[in-house]
Every structure is written in C-alpha cells, then in structure tokens.
Design a protein around this ligand. Structure first.
Ligand SMILES: *Cc1c(COP(=O)(O)O)cnc(C)c1O
Length: 345
C-alpha cells in the first residue's frame, strides 16, 4: 500500500547533499568554540535574519526557552498567544525555567494585534503586579494552521513594544514558510523582533537543530543558559553542516509545499469538509471533523487504513502537513482518499 506521511514536516529526511556535507564537515569542540562549521551556521543564520549573532540549539523548544530565560527575570509576565507552541507544548517551560507567568491572549487565527497586546501590558511600579517582561509571537502559527503575521501588524506591535521597552521574541519555527508565502526575506520579518528561533529540522529537512538569533549580548546570555541545560555540544559541526545546506538550498522549494497544501485545502473545501481556507497560507492544513460525528483520532485511523498518515490537532481537528518528499501525485492520492471518506451533507 502507498504510504503518504502528512503528520508533520519533522518527518523529512536529510538530502543526499546534506549527508555529503555532514560526512565532509570540518569539526572541533564547540564548547571551546572551535567548531568552524557550527560557527559558520550561526553566522549564516544571523545574517539571513539580520541579527548580530546566532546560537545553534538542539530544538525549537530549547531556542524558545533560552530566549525567555535571557529576556526575562523571575516574577515577570510573558505575553503569548493562547494556542501558541511556547504556551501549549513546552511542558510549562516558561514557568519552570524562567520563573515567569504566562499571559495568554487569544489571537485571530493565532495572530495577535498591537491593540490586544497594548491592553495586556502591565502598568509597572505596583508592588502587587508582575512586570511584562516579554512579548512572544508565533510566525507561522502552528495550531492556527500555518498563518502568517501581516508585516504591518508586526510593525505596529514593534512600536508598542518600543513604547513600553519590552523585548519581542518570535517563535519562527517556520519563519521561512512565512517569508516564502509573503514574498519577502526572513530578515524583513525578523527586523520587528529582538530575537527569533527557527527550526532547521522541519520543512528545511535537516535532521536536528534550530537557531536562536539576536543581539550579541543576548546570544552570549543564551549561550550560558544553553550550557546550564546541557545543550553544550562538542563536534556538532556534523549536524550544523546539514543546517547550512538547509538554509542555502531548501528555502525556495517551500513554495512547492505551500502549493500542495493549497491544493489539499481546496480539495477538502470542494468535498464539503469543514475547513477555513483562510488559514491555509503555508504548509499546514487543518480541518474539523466534528460535523462528521467523528473525533480526530477516529478520522486519523480511517485515513491510516488507506495509507495516509495524519495528525490530530485537538479533539476534532485533523492536521495534514506538506513537506519535502511529498509530491503532487501524493496530494492527488490523498484527495482521492478524502473523497472516499466524503462526509454526508
Ligand atoms: C515545532 C515547533 C516548535 C518546537 O520545535 P522542536 O524542535 O520540536 O522543539 C516551536 N514552535 C513551533 C511553532 C513549532 O511548530
């Protein structure tokens, strides 16, 4: 049976070029800062995002948590989106590692506005009240279905952050998807944030790792915390080599993933599945199976019986993710399977 794995873009396998680069990578002990390949990747990532410095970290979660640790102090409050990864899926890391309290705000399709953020900023100077220490934005927004921040909104949020002198961290796990979808450079998006975390191991197909970028001082603080958490790696150039290929060779092709996601979303809409096509802006497709009288888990099981691997994003929401390795013919196959499971309506 044909297997089409649309559970996540993390299932992508390294390319041949990555394997070659890994084999040939010049390496050293990166805790001594003697791994030239790690250093090259960190500089490349910082350059692409228009920041002073970068830090290679094991995962997106580590990058986000280090950012919060470096930006905030114990007892601060962190503004985030109520369905964001940093709030929902990082094991209460903000509370445990930063000693900070989260202030989740509901966004529109995951997107927060400057006005909503302004209204949540704490006044300061009152002995009872936490200080707002950080604003976190997720771009693209995972649970909302891969939605992008409009650049004008980022600019407005930046203005509010500057007014109150609050740093902005962007969880840009898929920032390159946003950049490709919006037809701008990642730097144009990142310039509105003080720090950005982005994943090499999702649609960009590297086997391991994320980068955290920001000012030189910020990155040096994050580097110390990375060591504290056990993230000081030795000959990590083996991994960083794949990351360099990811950034130099795998960004532009994300457009194919977006076109495939669009095709899949339109197929679902044409079949009268419950889907908000407005959320299908990048490589994620989320639809609601509650109208079918099924849970996401039950629907995922039916898809699996036809070789289509999908994920659940909540009790009734099924998630399909397009990525490197998924071809147009796979999408046509999945559309055929979805037609067979077509809802009565
Ligand atoms: C995947 C993801 C992360 C975490 O990345 P890991 O490498 O899995 O820890 C963080 N934020 C968002 C939005 C993600 O999609």
């Amino acid at each position: 049976m044909r297997i089409v794995d649309l559970r996540s873009d993390t299932v992508t396998l390294p390319t041949r070029e990555m394997r070659d680069a890994m084999y040939k990578a010049e390496v050293g002990d990166d805790v001594y800062r003697e791994d030239p390949t790690v250093t090259a990747l960190e500089e490349l990532g910082a350059d692409l995002l228009g920041k002073e410095a970068g830090l290679f970290v094991t995962s997106g979660t580590m990058g986000n948590q280090l950012a919060a640790m470096a930006h905030t102090k114990k007892s601060d409050e962190i503004i985030c989106e109520s369905e964001s990864h940093i709030y929902c899926y990082e094991v209460a890391g903000l509370a445990c590692l930063s000693g900070a309290q989260s202030r989740p705000l509901a966004g529109d399709r995951g997107i927060l506005t400057a006005g909503r953020i302004r209204g949540a900023i704490r006044p300061g100077g009152d002995v009872h009240i936490p200080d707002t220490g950080l604003i976190c934005l997720e771009n693209t927004h995972n649970r909302a279905g891969g939605t992008c921040y409009p650049l004008a909104e980022l600019e407005a949020i930046r203005a509010v952050a500057d007014e109150y002198r609050i740093p902005v961290h962007m969880d840009g796990a898929r920032i390159f998807n946003a950049a490709v979808a919006q037809g701008v450079s990642a730097g144009e998006i990142a310039r509105h944030a003080d720090s950005v975390q982005f994943c090499l191991s999702k649609g960009l197909a590297a086997p391991v790792g994320s980068l955290l970028v920001g000012s030189r001082d910020f990155v040096e603080t994050a580097r110390r915390y990375r060591k504290m958490l056990g993230g000081g790696l030795r000959q990590a150039g083996i991994l960083a080599a794949a990351g360099i290929v990811a950034l130099t060779g795998m960004v532009d092709r994300l457009a194919e993933d977006h076109a495939n996601a669009r095709t899949l979303g339109e197929a679902l809409a044409n079949l009268d599945y419950c889907i908000d096509l407005g959320t299908v802006q990048t490589n994620l497709v989320i639809f609601d199976v509650a109208p079918l009288g099924l849970t996401a888990a039950a629907f995922v099981e039916r898809l699996a019986a036809s070789g289509v691997k999908a994920g659940a994003s909540g009790e009734y929401r099924v998630r399909l993710v397009t990525h490197y390795g998924i071809e147009r013919s796979d999408i046509d196959y999945v559309a055929g399977v979805l037609a067979r499971l077509k809802p009565p309506c």
